[in-house]
Design a protein around this ligand. Structure first.
Ligand SMILES: [Zn+2]
Length: 466
């Protein structure tokens, strides 16, 4: 065992520069989803990234297949059982404000930089090298091992569904697209749009409201336009200032004739951890309650949702031993006389059937005057912590890192793992590591590339002997 660890380590470290070079080649391609073209279901960028993945895999000595520009997979070894390592080569848009080259090439002593170095092109290359090293060490592949690189993780995961339809599943699989140690559960999802009228009695009218960047982000800023006669202005502004002060919030106001424009700032966070943000929509509704309590949307919101992050006010504050339901309202808009907003719920991993809770939620929303549309539900992922897959991955992580403090965990986000049985997220980010994923200056610690590659190598070896 000690001997194998040493051999793997030496091999991994000897490939340091090759790995960085291959990561940069892949990162140079801006593989953001665009309009589909013939034979390119996710547009040109993702297709080019798949071409490059195929080229790199073949150069590293693998037999590899580009499955109709949905995924590239390598296949090695033989046996009844199949092991999968699942990563993705599509990326989120670059965004503005980079201080490093977003399409790769920049590095310093500690880090390499570029969109996708960490999420998730880097881990794809690590997985290829892990399997290459296993082959070079002459370890017998008594199961089939596939490294899969998908092209539509960030915007729908159609790629792996297509793969699953054509090629089936895995006996054991993991996706190095989250954090170490192993994530044995991913919460279920529920989303919907709800609306109610913006028209109510009283001297102040709500003309327009707009806020939010995406459904899965806690709304960081809301703008509202009100209409009122001159004599109402002071009172509205006083109440706004008082609300901001009482809740320790920032905001702005502009008056133009009979129009009052108000802006309220919250703090963005991922919808799976709403308590880490401050929801500007909920606070704007809290303020509007003080000046227009009978506007249907405002009244309904404060009754049924309010400032709660766990669905406390609409009967779905559920939890299990692994975590609590989260409730986020991400985007709000005005359409004619209606205000519409969206809900993003992540429900606990052990709730197999959310439908009774969905019914409770919908009934409560309707009772509060909302019309609900576009209801969508997605099942949670739960692989029992005592199953061989979790025990194996967890043991490998502990042995290689010596970290016995951080235990297998669950999360609110979703990975490829949700699309397969017996598949979980495992790596490739370490506890406490911040790689600016989905942000500007995305980066990847170079030493952690090597440590993660060692772990992935041992994980595959150990799964081979299950
Ligand atoms: Zn990812």
């Amino acid at each position: 065992m000690e001997d194998l660890r040493q051999k793997v380590k030496e091999k991994v470290w000897s490939y340091k520069e090759d790995m960085i070079k291959d990561i940069f080649e892949l990162v140079a391609i801006e593989s953001v989803q665009t309009e589909a073209k013939p034979g390119m279901p996710f547009g040109e960028g993702p297709a080019l990234a798949l071409d490059k993945s195929l080229e790199i895999a073949q150069r590293l000595g693998f037999e590899a297949v580009n499955l109709d520009n949905y995924v590239v997979y390598t296949h090695s070894g033989q046996g009844k059982e199949r092991i999968g390592v699942l990563g993705h080569v599509d990326v989120v848009p670059l965004g503005e404000g980079w201080t490093k080259k977003p399409l790769g090439g920049d590095r310093d002593e500690e880090f390499i930089y570029g969109r996708g170095v960490s999420d998730n092109k880097g881990p794809c290359i690590m997985s290829l090298y892990a399997l290459k090293i296993i082959k070079e060490l002459g370890i017998e592949l008594n199961k089939e091992v596939r490294i899969l690189m998908g092209a539509n993780e960030e915007s729908g995961m159609q790629c792996v569904r297509y793969y699953r339809e054509k090629e089936g599943g895995f006996d054991y699989a993991f996706s190095p697209d989250a954090s170490f140690p192993v994530t044995f559960g991913e919460k279920g999802g529920f989303s919907a749009r709800f609306s109610a009228s913006k028209v109510g009695p009283g001297p102040v009218k709500l003309i327009h409201i707009k806020g939010g960047t995406a459904g899965n982000v806690v709304c960081p800023k809301v703008d509202v336009v009100l209409e009122a006669e001159q004599q109402e202005h002071d009172e509205v502004l006083e109440k706004f200032t008082a609300y901001l002060a009482a809740n320790d919030l920032k905001g702005q106001s502009i008056i133009k004739e009979n129009e009052i424009q108000l802006q309220l700032e919250g703090v963005a966070a991922h919808a799976s951890t709403p308590e880490q943000g401050v929801n500007a929509i909920s606070h704007m509704m809290g303020f509007l309650q003080t000046i227009m309590p009978h506007v249907p949307f405002v009244a309904g919101y404060n009754q049924c949702i309010g400032l709660a992050y766990n669905g406390e006010n609409c009967g779905v504050d559920l939890h299990d031993e692994y975590g609590r339901l989260t409730f986020n309202v991400g985007v709000i808009n005005t359409e004619e006389d209606l205000i519409t907003a969206n809900i993003d719920i992540r429900y606990p991993v052990t709730i197999e059937d959310f439908s009774p809770h969905r019914d409770t939620l919908l009934a409560n929303l309707e009772k509060c005057g909302f019309e609900v549309k576009n209801v969508r539900m997605g099942k949670p992922l739960f692989v029992p912590p005592e199953s061989p897959l979790i025990k194996t991955l967890s043991a490998v992580y502990e042995e290689i890192t010596g970290d016995t403090e951080n235990k297998p965990t669950t999360m609110g986000g979703g990975t490829y793992a949700k699309n397969f049985d017996n598949c979980v997220a495992f790596g490739a980010t370490f506890v406490g590591e911040n790689n600016n994923i989905h942000n500007v200056d995305e980066r990847q610690n170079i030493e952690n590339i090597l440590r993660a590659t060692e772990i992935i190598t041992h994980a595959i070896i150990r799964l081979l002997s299950l």
